[in-house]
Design a protein around this ligand. Structure first.
Ligand code: CP3
Length: 340
């Protein structure tokens, strides 16, 4: 189906755009009272994510309410470990938790490569319903976690400040680590291919825990696998967002993807120099800027836009929007980009 608003796709491909497209990481859920109403009608996040009609509804809410230039399918990066045989729970106010973790070769043998279509049929169904309901209004973004970030949760079993168990594994069991990362990568490629087949217009890979690795380990245990993913998907543009990977920007320029996401610690001009002119950059307002009043949000947004001016750009925050941000300030951010 022809997209009525294809700014995001054109900006990703480096084509002419009338204005910069804008969306927010983690725009579905979190900040909208309309989201909480839907979520409270079920047992929790997982039931919501596994009910395609409801997942589609909360995917479209930010398009209706915030007027963003893209929807991102409502799901989570942790559906991949679950599809591989390692289920997770979402603990209220604390985040994801895995009753079992991966510790040994024996645990590894119990895992399978997810096929994406059958194991994650609820996401695929949600994508199809969303595409139909959007009727080409804006592009739909599909996503997955980067293998290293998924590995970190599968080893650690929950969120962590340091992910020291996962990082230790790279020193003490490098072969085992590569085996698990390869299983995750194959599963992720199957999953993203199924998302593309179901109709997503762009995919984003989230490497949320990129920034905790030393550069040589980042190259060997993360970029290598992200690179396999980028090489496997051809039909839609790809975005790689590696939070904290300031040290890897030059190497990321060599990835087979159209867009590199910047977090708010990354200087915009320096990033452009390191990455070069042939990639679109996405980002990168400090999410905390949205705690300001309308005037302050507008000022911070314009300052960011000034620095990206004249080169390929998709406007976004430097990480996901924080849960306690006033949706009105998100609207100010979006309208400031649109009027720029
Ligand atoms: C690391 C990571 C996770 N999940 C995700 C990442 C990568 C992006 C990032 O770095 O923020 C990605 C994600 N998670 C969710 C989406 C949906 C689409 C979107 O709005 O962007 C996306 C793209 C829904 C969600 N995922 C989660 C919620 C909140 C659950 C609830 O409604 O109670 C939502 C809406 C839960 C989740 N899921 C995860 C955590 C740490 C948590 C708990 C804290 C939090 O909310 O961020 C893992």
């Amino acid at each position: 189906m022809q997209l009525k608003n294809d700014l995001l796709i054109r900006a990703a491909k480096g084509q002419e755009v009338e204005r910069t497209p804008v969306w927010l990481m983690r725009q579905a859920g979190r900040i909208l009272p309309e989201y909480r109403a839907v979520r409270d009608s079920v047992s929790g996040f997982i039931e919501l994510a596994q009910t395609p009609e409801l997942a589609a509804e909360v995917t479209i809410q930010p398009v209706d309410i915030l007027d963003v230039d893209a929807a991102i399918i409502f799901s989570d990066i942790l559906v991949i470990p679950e599809a591989m045989g390692l289920p997770y729970e979402m603990v209220e106010k604390r985040g994801p938790w895995f009753p079992e973790t991966v510790k040994s070769e024996a645990d590894l043998k119990k895992l399978r490569i997810a096929d994406g279509k059958d194991d994650l049929s609820y996401v695929i169904e949600a994508i199809k319903i969303t595409k139909k309901a959007l009727n080409g209004r804006v592009p739909l973004i599909g996503f997955a976690g980067a293998p290293w970030t998924i590995f970190a949760y599968m080893i650690e079993g929950s969120g962590s400040k340091t992910f020291s168990k996962a990082r230790a594994m790279l020193y003490t069991q490098p072969d085992f680590s590569h085996q698990l990362l390869q299983l995750i990568t194959k599963s992720t490629i199957n999953y993203l291919k199924a998302q593309v087949e179901a109709g997503v217009n762009l995919i984003q890979v989230f490497d949320s825990w990129a920034g905790i690795l030393p550069p040589d380990h980042y190259r060997e245990y993360s970029l290598r696998y992200i690179s396999q993913i980028c090489d496997a998907i051809h039909e839609v543009p790809k975005t790689v967002f590696a939070k904290g990977a300031f040290f890897a920007r030059t190497e990321m320029a060599a990835l087979n993807c159209e867009t590199i996401g910047l977090d708010w610690n990354m200087d915009i001009k320096e990033s452009r120099q390191l990455i070069g002119p042939h990639k679109t950059l996405q980002g990168n307002l400090d999410p905390a800027a949205l705690y300001g009043n309308a005037k302050e949000v507008e000022k911070a947004t314009k300052l960011m836009m000034d620095q990206f001016k004249g080169s390929r750009h998709i406007a976004n925050l430097g990480h996901g929007v924080y849960p306690d941000i006033d949706p009105e300030m998100v609207k100010v951010f979006i309208q400031t980009v649109k009027n720029y």
